[in-house]
Design a protein around this ligand. Structure first.
Ligand SMILES: NC(=O)c1ccc[n+]([C@@H]2O[C@H](COP(=O)([O-])OP(=O)(O)OC[C@H]3O[C@@H](n4cnc5c(N)ncnc54)[C@H](OP(=O)(O)O)[C@@H]3O)[C@@H](O)[C@H]2O)c1
Length: 167
């Protein structure tokens, strides 16, 4: 997939570096920074890699504040965070339900609430499971349906939003 970004846009996306209880070793963060930089710096794009649990309002606010001191205003976001804990609805625990809901529901809402209102893009990678449902994935279906609804909510307010229901 080819992604074109205007030089004045600044995007952020979630990567697998969020778990506060088990943070990535510093060397892995540095490796990720260097890999991202290598790809983008040749196009004169300044990059940054931050560790953040997007379901935590405090962590999102702190991360955005850190970015604000280094980068221009944030112009877009691609929200890719998810957790899967498949099981039949009867066997789903509250913890497993919440673990799936947190990144896509609380996480997407936190991004919606904390990032600038006039961004050029707000893209959520969701799933068609939010429309069709899937055996053993009631929690994931709910999380994806929420992202579709959040996109409609933002658009109704005149804000950019796209929820892509991947297959
Ligand atoms: N891959 C597919 O076939 C497919 C199909 C349909 C839809 N999608 C959608 O596409 C998106 C990305 O899918 P993927 O296959 O790339 O998933 P993935 O490989 O499992 O990546 C999801 C990432 O989200 C991170 N994450 C989870 N909770 C987070 C949180 N609270 N804060 C920050 N990061 C968090 C995970 O980190 P940890 O690993 O550290 O937990 C992981 O790196 C998802 O929204 C999914 O619904 C994918």
């Amino acid at each position: 997939m080819e992604l074109s970004i205007s030089a004045t846009w600044w995007g952020t996306c979630t990567v697998n570096t969020h778990k506060a209880a088990a943070p990535l070793p510093r060397i892995q963060i540095q490796l990720l920074r260097s890999q991202v930089s290598d790809v983008l710096q040749s196009a004169c794009i300044k990059t940054g890699v931050y560790q953040c649990d997007i379901s935590s309002l405090r962590q999102i606010e702190e991360t955005i504040a850190s970015c604000a001191s280094i980068f221009p205003p944030i112009r877009g976001v691609i929200q890719c965070a998810m957790n899967l804990h498949d099981s039949t609805f009867e066997n789903t625990t509250a913890e497993n339900w919440q673990a799936v809901i947190a990144p896509q529901v609380q996480g997407s809402w936190n991004l919606h609430s904390c990032l600038p209102h006039d961004m050029a893009f707000f893209i959520m990678l969701a799933s068609f499971v939010g429309i069709t449902g899937n055996c053993g994935q009631a929690n994931y279906a709910a999380a994806n349906a929420y992202q579709d609804a959040l996109a409609l909510h933002r658009r109704a307010r005149g804000q950019a939003a796209t929820s892509i229901d991947l297959g």
